[in-house]
Design a protein around this ligand. Structure first.
Ligand code: MOS
Length: 695
């Protein structure tokens, strides 16, 4: 690494100019000769069987080429992924499931005709209500991605019974919708039995495999391109239905097909964050030291596949306590399958635990920051292994200083500014630091420039730019001499932009490829062949050989709110977070991830809620007019800082990943601040004025 390297410098995104000038291409924006447009038709039944389809009116619309459905669509391989097995059978598993696709010369014709497709159903009774009393609640074999369902250490019941201070609290979170700027969208083209897809997806390497299996193709016959992706937040982690429908349609009409989902169609059929019901029990001494903690989480899944949100996993490793129990129960409902959404599990789980800690702080009359410091631990409370680096305390103390927490009067309703009640609150935050296999190549050209290739996905995070900086330093060359290519399965394979593993994994492969290239160049003593030199390196063995240790990023979230004492309106005045996320590759893109996560937490605290109509089996608010996402005017000063943090064993750069941690704890910090302002504890999100006025 050169002393004044590129790593650590606040470079702007390499593709920033292309994006702001509108020349960056997204999934359905590539110029394609002879392209047709497709519109998906959602089921209006919640559960049942299609008994008849009338496509005459749709086919009569000028420009309509075809209507695909289970009776005429090309066949897919069964057993690959039931979520993607669409237009193959007449069964309807949830309202909104796509049961037909209209293909037309224009998007307008496709949309018009889609309204005219008539589908008759034999409906069956449906059940869509998540309840803690449902006898059908069951214990899944594991929770996402592969955590044990229940974990017990010590004796919770005995510890809780013996504790001087006992809290038994239930928190609820509604369903949330990922709502990235670019909806799920794909362009599919078949040529000589080969499938080319431009997709809006967080990782094209796994999607390529799934598509090959679904369509019965050798993997070499499939190419997936995702050069630019307009956000995902987990909702585009893996191959989704729009891609399959586009490929089916393109094969059926023998033309390239673009299929963008409408905004409304992204509310459910491609996933959402499950609603949760969470019981948290804390038994503590009068000094706030926790003796016993139990976190029992309930969430929902569908009849199609099991998706088991890891809601209580946050509680397993965050704070010390000798007696602990975490459990997960699931309910299968006639609903779309939940899916990944930013800091899955940890987001709803931290709302419950970090709210409960605030309630414990009040019960013990201990400052909420001090309470967390008293329950800090250097070893993983579950395994007993030391954390590789745990800088929670550093985040808390730095946050106290920057936010001006000292001297806070803990009394609720103690501060006023005219009609406004003022309050401050805080929460802890953490997210696992993990790596996944990846391969990268590095090439030297005779003109002294380099090209580094890896099928990473840049979903707007700045990953492309960060990898370019990493490559420049690893090559010991100015970044201007380096080109970076990501987002195409024609590049060396890598895993998804997900679970905050992206930069940690991809940077490792990039470093190894660049090191190998430098070694080869050194052997050649500068005598580079005219055609240049390319090396490719996989880190799969290194990753597999890595010891499993408790590794996490940490954070401390602080919020100040004001609440109108007459109307109950809540406004956030400021959010401040301090994080420990390993080596900082690019402060500009890191800050953007952190404040983005915090803003999403604000949105969760005050605004977002999927309102499920259990009679009709769908969300009443399934667009951005009625599903309220915080707008600019709702978001005040959001400040993100970081402390020194190093885990030299995690990956060559010591990167922990920062895509998720910004949202973890943010909603709790705001709800805790609302309690401080008003004396009202809201345990079911969002914190809306009706709940404050009712109290
Ligand atoms: Mo993140 S929910 O793994 O994209």
């Amino acid at each position: 690494m050169t002393p004044a390297g590129a790593v650590g410098q606040p470079y702007s995104r390499l593709e920033g100019r292309a994006k702001v000038t509108g020349t960056a291409r997204y999934a359905v924006e590539y110029p394609v000769d002879g392209v047709a447009y497709a519109q998906a038709v959602p089921a209006t039944a919640v559960r049942g069987t299609i008994t008849g389809l009338d496509t005459d009116a749709a086919l009569a619309v000028d420009g309509v080429l075809a209507v695909l459905h289970h009776g005429n669509a090309p066949r897919l391989t069964p057993g690959v992924d039931p979520e993607l097995f669409r237009l193959q059978e007449p069964t309807v598993h949830f309202r909104g499931q796509f049961v037909a696709v209209v293909v037309a010369e224009t998007i307008e014709a496709a949309r018009e005709a889609a309204r005219l497709v008539r589908v008759d159903y034999a409906p069956q009774p449906h059940h869509t209500v998540l309840s803690a009393q449902d006898p059908a609640l069951y214990r899944p074999d594991h929770v996402n991605p592969s955590y044990p369902t229940d974990v017990v250490a010590g004796d919770f019941d005995a510890g809780f019974a013996a504790a001087e201070v006992r809290l038994d609290l239930t928190y609820r979170t509604p369903s949330y919708h990922n709502s990235p700027m670019e909806p799920h969208a794909a362009t599919a083209q078949w040529r000589d039995g080969r499938l080319l897809v431009h997709d809006s997806i967080q990782g094209s390497s796994p999607a390529r495999e799934i598509l090959a299996r679904l369509f019965g193709l050798p993997i070499e016959a499939v190419r997936v391109v995702n050069t630019h992706v307009g956000g995902g937040f987990g909702g585009k982690l893996y191959c989704k239905v729009q891609t399959v429908l586009a490929a089916l349609a393109a094969r059926h009409v023998d033309r390239p097909v673009r299929l963008p989902l409408t905004r409304q169609q992204t509310f459910g059929p491609v996933g959402y964050r499950t609603p949760t019901i969470q019981r948290v029990r804390l038994g503590a001494g009068p000094d706030g030291r926790i003796d016993a903690v139990a976190h029992d989480a309930i969430s929902q899944t569908s009849m199609v596949t099991e998706f088991a949100e890891q809601t209580a996993v946050y509680t397993r490793n965050m704070y010390a306590a000798p007696n602990r129990r975490t459990t997960h129960r699931l309910l299968r409902l006639d609903v779309p399958t939940p899916f990944w959404m930013r800091a899955p599990g940890h987001t709803p789980g931290s709302f419950a635990l970090e709210s409960a800690l605030d309630e414990l702080a009040a019960a013990c009359q201990v400052d909420p920051v001090e309470l967390r410091l008293r329950n800090d631990t250097t070893v993983d409370p579950e395994s007993g292994s030391p954390f590789t680096s745990r800088n929670l305390a550093a985040c808390l103390t730095d946050g106290v200083r920057r936010f001006g927490w000292d001297g806070r009067d803990p009394t609720p309703r103690a501060r006023r500014d005219g009609r406004w009640l003022l309050g401050t609150g805080m929460a802890g935050s953490s997210y696992p630091a993990r790596v996944r296999p990846a391969t990268a190549s590095a090439a030297a050209s005779a003109d002294g420039t380099f090209e580094v290739r890896i099928n990473a996905a840049d979903i707007g995070t700045g990953a492309r730019t960060a990898l370019w900086q990493v490559a420049a330093d690893a090559l010991g060359t100015p970044p201007e001499r380096v080109r970076i290519r990501v987002g195409d399965t024609a590049l060396p394979p890598a895993d998804v932009a997900g679970g905050s593993t992206g930069l940690a994994s991809w940077s490792w492969a990039v470093v190894r490829a660049c090191e190998r290239l430098c070694d080869r160049l050194a052997e050649l003593r500068g005598r580079l062949p005219a055609e240049g030199l390319t090396v490719e390196v996989s880190i799969d063995d290194e990753v597999a050989a890595q010891r499993t240790l408790p590794r996490y990023g940490y954070g401390a979230q602080f919020a100040e709110v004001r609440v109108d004492s007459d109307t109950g309106e809540v406004r956030v005045r400021r959010l401040l977070g301090v994080f420990a996320v390993g080596r900082v590759v690019n402060p500009t893109t890191l800050r953007s991830q952190l404040i983005g996560g915090m803003t999403m937490g604000l949105s969760m605290a005050l605004h977002e809620a999927g309102l499920f109509d259990t009679r009709y089996g769908t969300w009443a608010n399934h667009d951005l007019a009625s599903y309220h996402v915080s707008s600019n005017a709702d978001v005040p000063a959001v400040e993100a800082y970081w402390v020194d943090d190093a885990d030299d064993q995690l990956n060559p750069l010591g990167v922990k990943g920062a895509g998720e941690i910004g949202i973890v704890g943010a909603a709790a910090a705001i709800a805790n601040a609302v309690h401080h302002a008003t004396g009202v504890r809201v345990r079911d999100l969002p914190v809306t004025l009706d709940k404050l006025l009712a109290a």
